[in-house]
Design a protein around this ligand. Structure first.
Ligand code: SAH
Ligand code: SF4
Ligand code: F3S
Length: 476
């Protein structure tokens, strides 16, 4: 289950397994126009981008459909983070290929990180593909579609230093109507040696803070009650107002979004240990509606490995940041990303990662074994020398320990009462609601008369597994 196949959400990591390949639907009225079908893989950023793509296409008369069979245009928004993610996309392309044989006019487009990584090679390798569009070129999609309709194959993988799609109002697709993503920046200027993202997403750039706040306000007015601000490294958000020259930092942006409405919860992802400031932590502590949850990827608990990874912090620095979080926001939950079996990692170094999982008391982690990505610094400089079975065994050890730590973390919540934002029916039963508490923990509880998704309920926790809190609604 964890063999390079992540199970939960977070920026830069693939979305919940159940959401991978999710088809966006919500068909609009009418039906006479042309239809597009879009599948998304990878991280929240990709899912968020698909909503921008949907908005661009709807402007030129395309309607979303959940039914691939009736689509005039099939799009796949792809991820390159690990080899397995790319294999999944190729498998889907085989299926589209079969489809296209039955409906020869259908156009197929590849979007996202794999499009950016492989560029025109995609057209050589995958004959059925009509267009290849990188993450900064979605505005060009209508042109490329027009070309494809004339039988012309097109590629646009231009990476921009400015594009943030700030003026495009995403077409919210297939969501729960309660929680939404807001992309606050694009790209990444870090050069973690294992990571393909700087190559597929380009340079870091921050989006106009006023357009972010306007999007949050609009969502609130439409009934949404939670926004997640997305970026590969939100702590380095920095937007300079061209009129005043004044610079807005991430802490200031958080505060602006928190002011939209006290009933609008604010989350964010991902925080980089080298950049997260005490100012951000104090801002989180100050506002009840900024959720007490930080995704702070450690990657490795060993300083030598962290250096090889070019993470630019060491074990001590990471521990200092964790201590600061628990000091300033005692109720905060922390989660992590962990890679096992990075080049030259020894057993003793692996033990350092295990000990950090225990020490930091993560509420949960996304865990992966190292997958070499072409073109990265690690691929160029280091030998991928840890055998796959060792990588996988280490991964299993981390997963086992994290499950115990998560279980303990959740058991400690039994008897506590949390404010839960109701997201919808629980997976198992339509007699139960599911929602999250401020620490981002999933809470399930029997439905209450008069409550609906988007409402807050107070829930007293009666039981807990390593993944879920189980409770009952109480008066507050
Ligand atoms: N920007 C975020 C995460 C980006 S990628 C950050 O810096 O934390 C999401 C996660 O995928 C990473 O945190 C890392 O744990 C994992 N990952 C990235 N490249 C990988 C690779 N080559 N092999 C295995 N895991 C990888
Ligand atoms: Fe990749 Fe590092 Fe950038 Fe995260 S911070 S996206 S891991 S290069
Ligand atoms: Fe996200 Fe995958 Fe790209 S994790 S940024 S879609 S490589």
């Amino acid at each position: 289950m964890y063999d390079n196949n992540p199970t939960l959400t977070g920026i830069g990591k693939e979305m919940d397994e159940s959401k991978q390949g999710e088809v966006f639907f919500k068909e609009t009225a009418g039906g006479a126009g042309r239809h597009f079908y879009i599948e998304s893989y990878g991280c929240q950023m990709n899912f968020s981008d698909s909503e921008i793509v949907a908005s661009i296409l709807s402007e030129v008369g395309f309607q979303p459909t959940r039914n691939m069979e009736i689509a005039d245009l099939i799009l796949i928004n792809t991820c390159s983070i690990r080899e397995k993610a790319e294999e999944t996309v190729r498998k889907r392309l085989r299926i589209f290929d079969k489809m296209k044989r039955n409906r020869p006019g259908t156009m197929v487009g590849v979007l996202g990180c794999m499009a950016e990584r492989l560029k025109s090679k995609f057209l050589e390798e995958e004959k059925l593909v009509d267009m290849v569009i990188g993450p900064d070129s979605y505005r060009d999609l209508p042109n490329l579609v027009a070309g494809a309709e004339e039988g012309e194959k097109g590629v646009n993988v231009f990476l921009s230093r400015e594009e943030t799609y700030a003026d495009i109002s995403p077409l919210r697709l297939d969501g729960n109507g309660v929680t939404a993503f807001i992309s606050i920046m694009r790209g990444c200027d870090n050069m973690c040696s294992f990571c393909v993202v700087p190559f597929t997403r380009g340079r870091e750039r921050s989006r106009d803070c006023f357009s972010i706040v306007a999007e949050a306000k609009d969502l609130f007015e439409r009934g949404y009650r939670e926004v997640t601000l997305l970026g590969q490294n939100v702590d380095s958000y920095k937007w300079e107002n061209p009129e005043t020259g004044k610079v807005v930092t991430f802490a200031q942006l958080l505060e602006m979004v928190a002011h939209v409405h006290p009933d609008l919860r604010v989350r964010f992802s991902t925080s980089h240990p080298k950049d997260i400031t005490d100012e951000v932590l104090h801002t989180m502590a100050k506002y009840e509606n900024i959720c007490k949850y930080i995704h702070l990827p450690m990657q490795s608990g060993n300083s030598r490995v962290l250096e090889l990874m070019n993470r630019t912090y060491d074990r001590e620095w990471y521990m200092d940041r964790v201590r600061a979080i628990y000091r300033i926001i005692p109720e905060c939950a922390i989660s992590s990303d962990i890679i096992t079996g990075f080049c030259t990692e020894t057993e003793a170094e692996h033990q350092d990662t295990l000990s950090m999982v225990e020490w930091a008391s993560y509420s949960m982690s996304y865990m992966f074994f190292y997958s070499e990505r072409p073109g990265t610094m690690a691929a160029r400089k280091y030998e991928d020398d840890i055998p796959e079975e060792v990588k996988k065994r280490r991964l299993q050890e981390i997963v086992r320990l994290q499950n115990q730590v998560s279980f303990r973390h959740n058991q400690a919540d039994i008897g506590k009462t949390f404010k839960v934002l109701i997201e919808g029916d629980s997976k198992k039963s339509d007699l139960e609601f599911k929602g999250r508490n401020t620490q981002n923990k999933m809470v399930v509880f029997p439905k209450l008369n008069g409550y609906q998704p988007g409402d807050y309920a107070w829930v007293k926790i009666k039981d807990a597994t390593s993944a879920t809190l189980i409770g009952e609604a109480v008066e507050r």
